[in-house]
Structure formats: C-alpha cells, structure tokens
Design a protein around this ligand. Structure first.
Ligand code: MRU
Length: 352
C-alpha cells in the first residue's frame, strides 16, 4: 500500500483501477487534500472500507469487486493451478454490514467465477476484471438515468435539502441523490441546495459541499439541529437522499439522521425522494426493521479530528444508519423508474 498526491480537482473519481492496482481517493482527507491510496491486496481493501477511505453504498460494492480482482491477479502471478478467493470474499463481506450493494457486488463476482471454473486461471481472472469494470460503468449509467427521472419530479425554482453524501464520491460517478440534484440544476429547476453537515463523519460538509462547489452548484450548509427551523420557513420543496438498503416494502436504511429528516419533512409538507439503484434493494428483507444497522466506535462521536471533545470516559451511541418507514417517503427513484405508494406492490412489479 503506497500513497500519492494529485492536484486534479475536476471529475471526481473515487475509485480507479489501473496497472493492476486499485486506487481509492482517501475521503477522510477531503476537502483539503486529494490523495489516492494504492492497493494491491483485498485485506487492505477491506480495511479501507471499514475505515471510511471509501464510503457510500455503491462505491463500497464496486471497491469490493476490485478487491476480488486484486486477489485473483496475485494468484495468477504466483501461478496457482486454481483460484481460491474465499479469504478475500470473507474479509470484504465483513468490512461493513448495512449497504447491500457490497454483498450484491460480491455475489456477482462469485457467481461469474462459479460459472467459469472450466476456464483457465488466466481466463477466469480476465472475466473477473471485466465484471468489476462492468459493475462500475453500469453504476454510472444507472446514476445518469436516475438523475433524469428524479429531475422530472422537481418543479422550477425549487430549493432542496440533502443529507450525508450520495454523490459521485459515494458511487462510481455522478451520484444518486446528487445525480438528481445535478440533473435538475442543469435543467434550471433547482435554485439552491442545503446540505446537512452529517455528524459524526461530516460527509455533508466535507464531501457534499465540496462536490457541489466543484460543479458551481449553490450550496449552503446546515447543522442537523437547524432543519426544523429551515423547513418551517417554507422554502424547501424536496429532501433528496440516497439509501444503503431498501426493504421489499420500501422502508429505507440510510445515514443516521435520515429518519429525523423525514419526520420533520412530513410535519412541514416537504416531499421526500430516495434515489438508489436496483442494486440497493434487498427483496429478501420484507421490512426495514430487519435491516442490519452498523454500530461504529464511540470515539467517532466523543472526538473530532482525533481531539477528545466529550469528557474522558463519556459513553456515546453511534449507529451509522437509521430506518425510514415507507409512509414518510413520497418517491423512490431507481434506474428502472419512479416508485410511489403502494411500495410493496410497485417494487415487486418494477423489480420482477
Ligand atoms: O457511512 P457512509 O458514508 O458509507 O454512508 C453513506 C450513506 O448513508 C449514503 O447516503 C448511502 O450510502 C447512499 S450513497 C449513494
């Protein structure tokens, strides 16, 4: 694992695969430094996911797929007579529990491998690499399609609120929630974006504000506590967020704070749009309450920039996600179309 620094700020690319190396933009250092870390083995890639070098549901799925490619390539170089990628699959699957895109991408890699065991190791590695690149490019295409679909719901002169970072940084590129915001802004429908700062990792202030400012999209930061007051003023038409996992009934797991936001939105007649590719749906889970929610270390809440801000030994809760019930959601946009209530029926019809 080595690091390099670039000054290239345009065209945000969180994940690159070149010269048999995976390069991840270290999102912990944004917005002040743009540093790519190079990875050659899947165990370090799994740590990168756990440690938030790369984050966002689609992005961690794509990263895991390339983690598998790294292991396969290493075994090819060592002239293994057959591939054994079990350890890589296990380590990557254990890196984070909530975003289903991670497990979806690993399943894609596993099933393509199982279908091709009759081929030479060299051919299998080539197929795995092609599949990982396909997962990446399909994600960008899905985001662009969702951008157009989501933008069709937004009226001219709208102001919108987004939470966490569901942008290019959280995906292969373009973004889910930020993809809709980008498309609607370029269609001159959105006049202003409010970004919630998103404690404790501050994805809103560090990543979303930075990403939107790269595209010259007007953005104002808001603390989570200011949301009620902001909504009461009546100038926000839509909350637009991404998702980490969507249950068969349309309940949505997303960054902690999304549920609060949806409750506030309902009270103040602000509409809620969830934007997520079909790879974020988990139809094996019937209701959101059964989605596993990641608990992260307490010190992410009790300290900031490695500096303790709470009293020593102070306890803290740190659930990384929450569940928003479908009755607080007006529309779920995926690349296949726009879903509205009744969600269970419409999801099963559209995704069948
Ligand atoms: O903890 P994170 O930063 O991985 O959480 C990210 C989110 O909750 C995003 O909203 C979600 O993954 C959708 S990203 C397109």
């Amino acid at each position: 694992m080595t690091t390099s620094i670039t000054n290239e700020w345009q065209n945000v690319q969180p994940i690159r695969f070149q010269n048999d190396q995976l390069e991840l933009l270290d999102q912990r250092l944004l917005p002040h430094q743009e540093v790519y870390i190079q990875y050659q083995d899947p165990i370090h890639v799994a740590h990168a996911i756990t440690d938030m070098v790369v984050r966002g549901a689609p992005a961690i799925g794509i990263t895991a797929a390339f983690g598998i490619v790294l292991d396969a390539k290493a075994q090819l170089k060592q002239s293994f007579s057959e591939l054994n990628l079990d350890n890589a699959f296990t380590a990557l699957a254990e890196s984070r529990p909530t975003a289903v895109n991670l497990f979806w991408a690993l399943n894609q890699m596993d099933s393509i491998l199982k279908k091709n065991t009759h081929l030479s190791v060299e051919q299998q590695v080539a197929i795995l690499e092609k599949t990982a690149h396909q997962i990446l490019s399909d994600d960008i295409k899905a985001n662009q399609a969702m951008g157009e679909l989501g933008a069709s719901l937004i009226k001219k002169n709208s102001q919108v609120y987004t939470h966490c970072n569901a942008g290019a940084l959280a995906t292969g590129g373009y973004g889910t929630a930020l993809g809709v915001i980008r498309s609607a802004y370029f269609q001159e429908k959105i006049s202003h974006v409010y970004a919630g700062e998103t404690r404790p990792w501050l994805q809103g202030s560090r990543l979303t504000a930075w990403e939107l400012m790269q595209d010259n999209i007007p953005v104002t930061l808001s603390t989570e506590g200011a949301v009620g007051q902001l909504f009461r003023q009546g100038n926000i038409q839509w909350v637009i967020v991404g998702a980490d996992r969507i249950a068969a009934n349309g309940d949505v797991a997303n960054k902690i704070g999304t549920y609060n936001l949806a409750v506030q939105a309902k009270y103040h007649n602000v509409k809620v749009m969830v934007v997520a590719p079909t790879t974020t749906f988990d139809l094996s889970i019937l209701q959101g309450k059964d989605i596993p929610i990641e608990d992260r270390p307490m010190n992410e809440v009790t300290s900031l920039n490695q500096q303790q801000i709470a009293p020593n030994n102070c306890q803290a809760i740190n659930p990384s996600f929450d569940m928003t019930p479908n009755d607080l959601i007006d529309a779920i946009v995926c690349e296949k179309g726009i879903l509205t209530a009744p969600f269970s029926q419409n999801i099963s019809e559209l995704l069948a």
